[in-house]
Design a protein around this ligand. Sequence first.
Ligand code: ATP
Ligand code: LTN
Length: 333
Amino acid sequence: MQGDKKILYSAVQPTNNLTIGNYIGAVKNFVALQDEYSCVYAIANMHAITVRQTPADLRKNTLSLLALYLACGVDPQKCVLYLQSHVPAHAELAWVLNTFTYVGEMERMTQFKDKSAKHADNINMGLMDYPVLMAADILLYQTDVVPVGVDQRQHLEITRDIAVRFNNVYSPTFTVPEGIYMKVGAKIGDLLEPSKKMSKSSENQNGVVYLSDDRDTIMRKFKRAVTDSEACVRYDPENKPGVSNLLSIYSVFTGTSMEDCQKQFEGRGYGDFKLAVGEAVADRLAPIQAEQARLLADKAYLDSVLKDGAARASAMAGRTLSKVYKKIGFYQL
Ligand code: ATP
Ligand code: LTN
């Protein structure tokens, strides 16, 4: 708790361009939650290097993600918005938490298995340790809630396990965090393979809608989206993954309930439906893209946001880290 508000923490990696999956599953919720909670939002560049990055791109993607957070409406006055590598406590706590985490647990993580298969030439220790660094992120801020897509559920569970384990060995030190998963849009599917998560690192870009895509590209991608042969716009993720995925996207981008969305498309063909979804997405993204471009031209402002964020985050994280160091027996000066 901070004052009378619960503490909320989340982060996004500055890798590649963000997709509408990231927007729906993460950034859009960050904005919606910033009044109700005391929010801390990070740009997880230390997580990003678990997969090889080109330095110039990583630098560029960092500012681009910061500008995107701001363009979507994350308010640096209300929230702590910072770059993970600016707060050394993350690496420091991760080291301690490593000694409370078992190798077998990390080997069983779905994301580790997926990414190991995908980057078979670079299965580095960082890739395996990714969830422990994420636990450090969350636990440093005495976080109450963590909004993420369902793909992160396993990482959140291990964070809770690590926190409880540490608290039991010593005395209550970490708040045990809860995940918040949105009902609609917690997992947006790829437009061409709807049962697969839409991912910014996907090979086939035609199934992935990037926040930076222009209107023509967006329309082209939605026109090609996979549906089914039933010709009925109905929400049924099990039997109609393609159509249901499009309905989720439409519902979130227009702010219409799933029920009303289905009514709206009753008796209409898939061609019509796909155009409407594409238009809703393009209409919503246009002003965000314009604002992001404006902010990216003002590097002094972006730097000032990061500087202020780093100072505020360091103060919060430092308090938890010194508590931990004391409990585990690190000699204090
Ligand atoms: P990568 O493909 O490089 O692993 P990613 O697209 O999963 O990356 P992250 O930076 O790992 O992106 O995730 C940022 C946030 O976006 C997380 O909260 C994650 O749960 C959410 N997210 C990512 N993809 C989707 C999706 N398809 N649907 C809903 N939420 C998503
Ligand atoms: N692994 C996360 C990004 C992330 C994160 C966090 C999310 C890093 N640290 C802490 C929530 C809380 C992902 O979304 N892929």
